[in-house]
Design a protein around this ligand. Structure first.
Ligand code: SAM
Length: 524
């Protein structure tokens, strides 16, 4: 059987999609090639969030075509994922050596299409169509593809697509509309992973906090019956299973099923543009069915939390609008939900947040951080920030700097704004010159790094709990794990530590790394 090599660009969702494609191919008899130089099939799983990511994948394919394909003309070359979705046939027109272009709703078709190409039945295949139910197909796990190298952590995709339509972002166009997997389906996958030795699960989605927005309250009740006290469905709910807030009060019985809107940040904000439902293809409002005032996402967290043998739960990426009281409360109540939150800020300027269609203000953003820190004082907070959004003035940028100082993020991904095809921001006036974006990027990064270094320094001398994930990539005498607040910790150990929850004392810090020592515990 042929061997396959998959190179992944971009986020954890892409990593997860690649893993699912690899698992699918392995189950059909393919082997995983260690390098592209020896693979029979080479797939590039692409990212479109910024232009640079697209260019990298295109350059890579040009190199593969120019080098590997020349020596081994039978090698199959393919693009999949976001850029495959957004460019489709154009990719083959531009790069005729490409045999397969697989869109974001078609990962599960990889094996069939490769069979057809390898057997000579079809020369080239482009499939970027929408497919109903595709959100439930990113399911299989390879867990590093080697049973001896047992994985301790796993990603679980809970939803696909995005309805936020931030004006800078291409994701709604490459990943399609929000589609959530059912709770029983997700739980079955999580239970199976735990039975295979996984201790930590990260729930994944483009906007995980929008999970299940389109479920009806009856569906939620059905799936969660086992976790809930006696329930009753309020008969005043609307056809969508979403009750109007005005009719909520009389149905708010403590032990019953309360159907209403979760208290999200968006509640009370003036309805604006696509956030208020105009962007949802089915025209529904930005409301979420709730049971006992908990959104479907919080219900899912609670259900996953019940899995015996699972030690830790993380999720990414959320939207700040999704951090309602129910989610903050979940941090206070659910011990397996670790003290770590990634809240993409994008900008500290209210003016830009509005132009970006983010649906919150800097004041609201700070308030959520305050709530989270009250719920979990040691929580690690990370973020995404874009510099150089069209029209960003010095004053706007100073507001981002001041909010970063005020919030004291543990770390941040700082992105240079990149114009994306067909997004509203691409045609906004006052695009910022590259040199100014560069300068702002460097200033913000310096500030983020200074704050992070101070935060890491504070860990020296402290005891932390880590989940040991495996051998350090750089030094085989060291093992690596992460604290609950998502800091990487290295220590001298060996494979018997893999999968253990260990207490360590932090000795010193490196760049975004802590160095610990388990041996000296108990000597204080
Ligand atoms: N859940 C996230 C949110 O709330 O916006 C979206 C995740 S997005 C795929 C990852 C990050 O890429 C965004 O948070 C944003 O900072 C960055 N990004 C998206 N579009 C961008 C663009 N056109 N230029 C630069 N950075 C961008």
């Amino acid at each position: 059987m042929p061997s396959v090599y998959i190179k992944t660009y971009g986020c954890q969702m892409n990593e997860r999609d690649s893993e699912a494609v690899a698992a699918q191919l392995v189950s059909k008899g393919y082997s995983l090639a260690r390098t592209e130089a020896v693979a029979d099939v080479i797939l590039l799983n692409t990212c479109s969030v910024r232009d640079m990511a697209e260019q990298k994948a295109i350059n890579k394919m040009e190199n593969l075509a120019g080098q590997i394909r020349k020596k081994r003309p039978e090698v199959v070359l393919g693009f999949m994922g976001c850029m495959a979705q957004s460019r489709g046939q154009q990719l083959i027109d531009q790069l005729p050596d490409v045999d397969l272009v697989l869109g974001t709703q078609k990962f599960h078709r990889a094996a069939d299409y490769l069979d057809e190409i390898l057997s000579g039945k079809r020369e080239r295949i482009v499939d970027v169509a929408e497919e109903k139910g595709s959100e439930a197909t990113v399911r299989d796990h390879i867990l590093r593809g080697n049973t001896a190298d047992k994985a301790v952590t796993a990603f679980v995709s809970i939803m696909q697509g995005c309805n936020q339509y931030c004006t800078f972002c291409i994701v709604p166009y490459t990943r399609g509309a929000e589609r959530s997997r059912t709770i029983p389906d997700i739980l079955a996958e999580c239970r199976e992973l735990v039975s295979r030795g996984v201790k930590e699960i990260t729930l994944l989605g483009q906007i995980v906090t929008s999970y299940g927005k389109r479920f009806s309250a009856e569906e939620l009740q059905d799936w969660l019956g086992g976790f809930l006290p006696a329930v009753s469905v309020d008969d005043t709910e609307g056809a969508n299973g979403i009750m109007h807030p005005a009719s909520m009060s009389h149905s708010n019985k403590p032990s019953g099923l309360v159907v209403g809107q979760a208290s999200s940040l968006s509640a009370g904000l003036p309805a604006r543009g696509l956030d208020s439902g105009a962007g949802c293809p089915d025209g529904r409002q930005d409301a979420r069915p709730t049971i006992q005032r908990k959104s479907a996402f919080v219900q899912l967290l609670e259900a996953v939390h019940e899995i015996d043998g699972l030690e830790r739960i993380r999720f990414t990426s959320p939207h700040p609008k999704g951090y309602g009281d129910d989610l903050v409360d979940a941090y206070a109540r659910l011990p397996k939900l670790v003290e770590s939150a990634h809240l993409p800020l994008q900008s500290g300027s209210d003016r830009l947040l509005k132009l970006m269609h983010r649906g919150y203000t800097r004041e609201r953003f700070s308030r959520i951080i305050g709530n989270l820190r009250r719920a979990r004082p040691n929580i690690g907070i990370t973020t995404d920030i874009i510099v150089g959004f069209p029209g960003e003035t010095n004053a706007d940028f100073e507001e981002t700097l001041s909010l970063a100082r005020e919030i004291q993020f543990d770390n941040a991904y700082v992105f240079k704004y990149s114009q994306r095809k067909d997004t509203p921001a691409a045609s906004m006036p006052n695009q910022i010159p590259a040199a100014l974006i560069e300068e702002r990027h460097s200033r913000l990064l310096t500030l983020i790094n200074e704050i992070a270094a101070e935060k890491y320094e504070r860990f020296v001398g402290q005891r932390v709990q880590i989940l040991v994930e495996g051998e350090s990539k750089k030094n085989s005498a060291r093992m690596t794990g992460r604290t609950r607040c998502n800091k990487i910790v290295l220590f001298e150990g060996n494979d018997r530590h893999r999968g253990q929850l260990m207490e360590l004392k932090i000795q010193h810090t490196g760049s975004f790394t802590l160095y610990g020592d388990p041996a000296i515990l108990g000597l204080d």
